[in-house]
Design a protein around this ligand. Structure first.
Ligand code: ZN
Ligand code: ZN
Length: 371
């Protein structure tokens, strides 16, 4: 009788029957291995969590008092004969790929990943395996990222111009990952960085975890508008269009997301500037990462799963589309009204698989691809 696959796709998530644990499950389970602290991967309600050391404080901040064990990259944990180890995914600070091995068979779950070294998340490391479970959020040829140095030149020039023109600068990126990446690449000779509370809470959690970040100042009702105009405001997607943001008027508003690669995206966000900055691999990054694993089979969990799977099969991979509840962290925070009670805001399944069938998480964003 053929042996059961080491990892299987169940209605609760990716499951290892031999080791009796799940990877990034979306329903409450006893034993969960977490790739990273984004809401669509780290759900509330599991009995036991295992994640990387650098995810610790953010997980505790987002999920409350959970039973959490943390490990370093490369460290091995055994569960019923199955060896589990975490490798850098390069997606956000603390993000990991999960390597699972039993009797010589190796599976790797990518979680979310990007192949460009962003300078703050430990750089992505390809891991050899027989079976690779990969995301493909941006698995379309239209997504080709420019080096981040070039993007941040644009950001800093835009900021400098705004300061010279007496206009406030508001830059939007999601609170875990993107915000810190922006913060570390701003030219602080221009001015100070002011933060929305949701972002500052995440910064504080990371600092408690020993991460060194550039100085920031939390915006309160006492923060002077004149001072803000000389600096830059770092804001989460949920703050777009709110009275909180409107009080910085006059301001120029820039949006950082991979979705900004699509025509119309900036207009739909009512943004003055769209910066194509993503924490996911682009088209070439996905293909090179999958190739580097030397895997026999690859499973695509979220993103353009249908068309990307078809393409991989055409170029000689043995690829399968699987259905999961992983969503798009770049859009997820947009659907979240902050602040919400702890545990609730990060517990809403948000499924945007098969974007090519149903449209992107931003509604009509993909229209630009077809035309
Ligand atoms: Zn993520
Ligand atoms: Zn994700």
């Amino acid at each position: 009788m053929a042996r059961k696959p080491l990892l299987e796709f169940t209605d609760k998530g990716i499951y290892c029957d031999q080791g009796r644990f799940y990877v990034d499950p979306w329903k409450p389970v006893d034993d969960a291995i977490i790739t990273h602290a984004h809401a669509d991967h780290a759900y509330w309600g599991h009995k036991h969590y295992l994640a990387h050391h650098l995810s610790r404080e953010v997980l505790l901040y987002r999920l409350g008092d959970i039973q959490l064990q943390t490990v370093a990259y490369g460290e091995t944990v055994m569960k019923n004969g199955v060896s589990i180890s975490l490798y850098p995914a390069g997606h956000v600070i603390g993000s990991a790929q999960i390597r699972v091995e039993y009797q010589g068979e190796v599976w790797v779950v990518s979680g979310d990943y990007k192949t460009e070294d962003d300078g703050i998340s430990t750089s992505f490391e390809p891991v050899k395996c027989h079976h690779f479970i990969s995301e493909c959020t941006f698995g379309m040829p239209v997504y080709q990222w420019k080096p981040q140095a070039q993007i941040f030149d644009d950001v800093n020039n835009w900021w400098r111009n705004n300061v010279n023109n007496g206009v406030a600068t508001v830059i939007v990126g999601y609170s875990l990952g993107k915000s810190q990446r922006i913060l570390q690449n701003l030219d602080l000779s221009i001015g100070k960085v002011y933060t929305h509370g949701v972002i500052e809470n995440t910064n504080e959690a990371l600092r408690r975890n020993g991460v060194t970040l550039n100085p920031t100042e939390r915006i309160t009702i006492d923060t002077s508008k004149d001072e803000i105009r000389k600096g830059i405001v770092l804001a989460p997607p949920s703050s777009v269009g709110t009275p909180w943001m409107r009080k910085f008027q006059p301001y120029s508003f820039g949006y950082c997301s991979g979705w900004m690669a699509i025509r119309g995206a900036k207009r739909r966000r009512a943004a003055d500037r769209g910066f194509v900055l993503s924490d996911h691999a682009d088209w070439d990054g996905l293909i090179s990462a999958i190739d580097a694993t030397g895997c026999e089979k690859v499973y695509l969990t979220h993103g353009y799963t249908a068309s990307f799977t078809r393409y991989l099969n055409e170029i000689g991979f043995d690829a399968y589309e699987v259905h999961t509840l992983y969503g798009d962290d770049e859009a997820l925070e947009d659907t979240t009204t902050q602040p919400a009670p702890k545990g609730e805001e990060f517990n809403t399944p948000f499924n945007n698989n098969d974007q090519d069938k149903k449209g992107s998480p931003f509604g009509g964003y993909l229209e630009g691809v077809d035309s």
